[in-house]
Write a protein that binds this ligand. Structure first.
Ligand code: GDP
Length: 362
């Protein structure tokens, strides 16, 4: 699947850079163009594989918006024309989709990414997706509240929103900040393989995934999740029937970007490995298992020929917003927003004394 990428904010820029680099190093050629947009100049300077565009210089002078996502929205709205111009030529005629990448808990990405999606939808006929990073459970209340509002808006604007929970793709015990490198690398590899799996592979006949299958899986809209797992495989495909099943189970149940998201409207199962090692029977069995597990009658499947002594499973879920994790996150975000409002009331001395929940003595 040929894509154009636009990263907004710090996390958005870093993840976009990783994706562009992985695609270039693997020689897949799925990433057609990549742009990073930010209101913080130092964050842009460290990027090598993407073009960059600074916004809001007249308002924040290259210093970023802190955690103020409303300011992030305003700045993006004011400079949207510059961003669209910077993108000109990067969304080539071959591009089949655009991904807007952002950490939803910060300021520039959280507030700006939904604006970018909205404007891209007016200009381009191809689907516009979001790739959003959700703050982990232990990140502060401001991150949770910001991400709640950003997620609500971006889901409304995008054709589908692929979510990666910052708690999902790193080792237990690692702090979230320390884990950013690991998480970004995993996002690059897994999402990068998803893009590449929809590319035509020369010399391989059946069951190769087509871009349209990724697009049709995401057509469910709402929230999407991606799972991944690999295992060592035998050279004889007949011995890999159970391996195909077990990597598929792990991809959905423990290797997913959105833990506990198993109910979905649609799904795509891509089995990656050397064609001789991929067991037809095992793949078909895993696909049927995925139908039962997700409750979806629309489970697509295909192979992704790769040189490797392992077998990998990539599971894309579409329409996964009914998952417990999303309900739990939205509840956390609402609580955080309420707590923030209470804090604001208390910290304004004038407001405290005007509070009519306390009665005057006389
Ligand atoms: P912005 O620059 O104002 O858009 O803010 P950030 O991109 O720093 O967004 C903050 C959110 O993104 C928080 O939830 C952070 O935990 C998360 N975040 C920041 N940097 C990274 C990163 O490199 N990788 C990942 N996975 N998350 C990040």
């Amino acid at each position: 699947m040929k894509v154009a990428l636009i990263g907004v904010g710090q996390a958005g820029g870093k993840v976009t850079e990783r994706l562009a680099r992985f695609d270039a190093e693997m020689g897949f050629g799925a990433v057609q163009g990549a742009l990073a947009v930010n209101s913080a100049e130092p964050d842009l300077r460290s990027l090598e594989y993407v073009d960059t565009q600074l916004i809001g210089a007249d308002r924040v002078n290259g210093h970023g918006v802190g955690g103020d996502n409303e300011l992030g929205t305003e700045i993006m709205q004011a400079d949207i024309q510059q961003v669209m111009n910077a993108l000109d030529g990067r969304v080539t005629s071959k591009a089949e989709g655009i991904f807007v990448v952002a950490g939803l808990g910060g300021g520039t990405g959280s507030g700006g990414a939904p604006v970018v999606v909205h404007h891209l939808q007016q200009i381009y006929d191809i689907p516009v997706y979001a790739l959003g990073v959700l703050p982990g459970r232990n990140e502060g209340a401001l991150y949770q509240a910001n991400a709640g509002r950003s997620l609500k808006t971006i889901v409304r604007e995008a054709d589908a929103t692929l979510l990666v929970d910052n708690d999902a793709w790193h080792e237990q015990g690692e702090s979230v900040e320390g884990a950013f490198e690991t998480i970004n690398e995993r996002i690059a590899k897994r999402v990068g393989l998803l893009f590449a799996s929809g590319e035509a592979v020369e010399g391989v006949g059946e069951s190769v995934v087509d871009s349209s299958e990724v697009i049709n899986t995401l057509r469910a809209g709402g929230i999407a999740a991606l799972g991944y797992a690999t295992e060592a495989a035998s050279e004889d495909s007949a011995e890999n029937v159970n391996t195909a099943m077990s990597v598929s189970r792990q991809a959905l149940l423990t290797g997913t970007s959105l833990p506990d998201a198993t109910t979905a409207d649609s799904a795509l199962l891509v089995i990656a490995g050397e064609p001789d090692r991929i067991p037809r029977k095992g793949v078909e069995r895993a696909r049927r298992w995925l139908e039962d597990e997700t409750g979806s009658m629309q489970v697509r499947g295909g192979d992704f020929p790769l040189e490797s002594d392992r077998l990998g499973a990539l599971v894309l879920l579409g329409g996964a917003e009914r998952s417990d994790r999303i309900q739990e996150f939205m509840e956390r975000a609402r609580e955080a927003e309420k707590a923030q409002e209470r804090e604001e009331e208390q910290t304004d001395p004038a407001e405290q004394f005007a509070d009519d929940r306390l009665e005057d003595l006389f």
